[in-house]
Design a protein around this ligand. Structure first.
Ligand SMILES: [Zn+2]
Length: 201
């Protein structure tokens, strides 16, 4: 048995040119090859189920909503790569409740606005990979990718990300984004209302 991943020359495959640039992220191979991957698809093994129980700084959580939360991707395709997850351990977009779908969309939009205010990206890639065959790293727990893009970023970020973004710049990025996230009325009753922060940028 040969368990080694097979590398196939892209030139031997059929393809249709499109308007998208391709990201080549060889540093993700360690992850694709199974390092730090959950042993199974259960909620007990799931990093997205474990994250909300930990402090924001440890779990790289940027914002906690009522049904969904936002965190930094530990394996970023690019600087500022965030994920929006429902708290519930569900794998497929069709399994989300109406309120979860609404909040996942709202948090995605807010994450884009916050990222724009903090780091001025030129564009974004958004998306959900449904199932391992579609490229989902943690297929058992739905997550929406928010990947900021800068002109020319694919030239150097795989190298920068591999050597510096983890974990040092990830924590810095989390703090910047969390501080820039718009403040809302408190979720818990009885605490003092917070004044919305003035827009800084
Ligand atoms: Zn989960």
């Amino acid at each position: 048995m040969d368990d080694e991943p097979r590398i196939e020359d892209a030139r031997t495959l059929a393809g249709v040119p499109d308007g998208f640039d391709r990201f080549w992220t060889p540093y993700r191979m360690a992850y694709i090859n199974g390092d730090h991957k959950p042993a199974d698809a259960s909620a007990e093994e799931c990093p997205f189920c474990a994250a909300p129980a930990r402090p924001d700084e440890d779990a790289l959580i940027v914002h906690r909503g009522s049904t969904c939360f936002v965190l930094m991707n530990l394996y970023p395709y690019n600087a500022g790569h965030m994920l929006v997850c429902p708290y519930r351990h569900v794998s497929d977009y069709t399994e989300l409740t109406g309120p979860e779908r609404v909040e996942l969309g709202e948090l995605t939009a807010t994450a884009m606005e916050v990222e724009r205010a903090v780091a001025h990206p030129h564009g974004f890639n958004l998306g959900m990979n449904q199932g391992e065959v579609a490229g989902a790293g943690i297929a058992a727990h739905l997550h929406q990718h928010i990947v900021p893009r800068w002109a020319g970023d694919a030239n150097f970020l795989p190298i920068i990300a591999r050597t510096k973004a983890i974990p040092e710049l990830l924590e810095e990025a989390r703090t910047r984004l969390a501080e820039a996230w718009p403040k809302q009325a408190p979720v818990t009753s009885g605490s003092a209302p917070t004044t919305p922060r003035p827009q800084e940028d």
